[in-house]
Design a protein around this ligand. Structure first.
Ligand SMILES: [Ca+2]
Ligand SMILES: [Ca+2]
Ligand SMILES: [Ca+2]
Ligand SMILES: [Ca+2]
Length: 405
């Protein structure tokens, strides 16, 4: 009797222990399930917040796509814009009142709140700052329609800035890729080269469909496209300035961001020419960086600098007049005449980049769109999820916002 009783106790103990284990693992699974569902819900909410940004941007652009003061760099409108909160509306937004999301978050636990920022590289601003707004694709040179001389002026300059030694060959391979014939230029490459690759393919012999298509062209790679700026925020991040210590391994550690050609070139602005046959693409006088303006046939580097300096001083209304470079004295009439068919003050295609996030969660999503506003309806030409490149944009850095102004 006593021996059996002595046996029952350990058996009960073991069984209780097993039950407790099963219960614990069950609870663990339930928690993991709930956390997973929550994360999925948050990711979906962030995506919807980003799409709200696109809606708002296209609404503004449809009202005023020629007026860059409405959308080029407007932190009040595009930084930490509130989509939805369980606790307040836009008028009651504490971030709007205090001017700092960082301080609001530090003050205590935040209610569920979703926001976005519309962000862009600040090519003409101080180094390592950002803009809150959208970028007309017309502020870039169109690789598919620009004259060979214009491509040469822009690309040789940008590639030299990257420290590239074979810039003329890169230009030649690009021109061979674009031109319809299969005659190889000096230093270039046509089908007979691409046929020798491990996975052979044909030269395009036509316009690029996307910028990334450049990666198929002999000699071209991501380092030429994006330079040291692997997270594509136009800011020199620590890993982009430490040489081989962390990726990218090719950054030169000189304290200056070598950007690559991507921020200066586009494939999205092509329109039918005046004859209805040929293709053309205009450059936006009001937002193009000086290096792009200077590449246009008939322009000089000095004239481009004058345009960039002067447009900062003119009223938005004045910039709506396509004649402003000549009426303001930025360009002499002959130079203006030479470029007038190549420029515009009414861009129609825009790059929109959005980061979406919540105050109550660490989750962030990042997206880009190319949207065209040519006819009645906005048309998305290109869309990409950039989240895997990292948040990248220092939207909570209040000091940087002041420095960028
Ligand atoms: Ca060709
Ligand atoms: Ca960067
Ligand atoms: Ca590095
Ligand atoms: Ca550098």
């Amino acid at each position: 009797m006593t021996r059996r009783r002595g046996l029952i106790l350990p058996v009960v103990l073991v069984l209780t222990g097993l039950l407790a284990l099963i219960l614990a693992s069950f609870l663990f699974h339930v928690r993991a399930e709930v956390a997973g569902a929550q994360a999925q819900r948050d990711a979906q909410q962030a995506r919807l917040a980003a799409e709200s940004a696109l809606e708002e941007v296209t609404y503004i652009l449809r009202q005023a796509k020629g007026d860059s003061s409405q959308w080029f760099d407007v932190p009040d409108r595009f930084r930490h814009a509130l989509v939805w909160s369980e606790a307040f509306d836009r008028d009651g937004d504490p971030v709007k009142k205090m001017g700092s999301r960082k301080e609001v978050l530090e003050a205590g636990r935040a209610p569920e709140t979703w926001r976005y920022s519309v962000v862009a590289q600040n090519l003409d601003g101080l180094p390592d700052t950002l803009r809150y707004g959208v970028t007309p694709e017309a502020s870039k040179l169109n690789l598919n329609t620009a004259d060979e001389a214009e491509l040469e002026r822009l690309l040789l300059k940008l590639l030299m800035d990257l420290g590239v030694e074979n810039a003329p060959e890169l230009l030649a391979t690009l021109l061979d890729w674009l031109d319809e014939d299969s005659e190889t230029r000096p230093g270039g490459a046509e089908d007979d080269y691409y046929a020798t690759l491990d996975s052979p393919y044909h030269a395009k012999n036509g316009p690029l469909t996307t910028l990334e298509e450049l990666l198929f062209v002999k000699g071209w790679n991501a380092a030429l496209l994006y330079g040291e700026d692997t997270n594509r925020n136009g800011i020199l991040d620590p890993n982009e300035n430490d040489g081989r210590t962390s990726p990218p391994v090719y950054d030169n550690g000189d304290g200056i961001l070598q950007r690559g050609i991507a921020p200066y070139v586009t494939v999205w602005t092509t329109e039918p020419g005046t004859d209805g046959q040929s293709k053309t693409a205009r450059v936006d006088l009001n937002t193009a960086p000086a290096v792009v303006l200077a590449a246009l046939e008939g322009m000089t580097a000095e004239a481009a600098d004058t345009i960039v300096a002067l447009r900062k001083t003119l009223e938005p209304q004045a910039l709506l007049n396509p004649e402003w470079p000549v009426t303001s004295g930025a360009l002499d009439p002959a130079t203006h005449q030479a470029i007038r068919e190549k420029v515009t003050v009414q861009p129609t295609v825009f790059h929109v980049e959005v980061v979406a996030y919540g105050d109550h969660t660490k989750l962030v999503r990042r997206y880009e769109w190319i949207v065209a506003l040519r006819g009645g309806l906005p048309q998305v030409l290109y869309h990409r999820d950039l989240t895997r490149l990292g948040l990248a944009w220092p939207v909570d850095n209040d000091e940087l916002l002041l420095r960028g102004r």
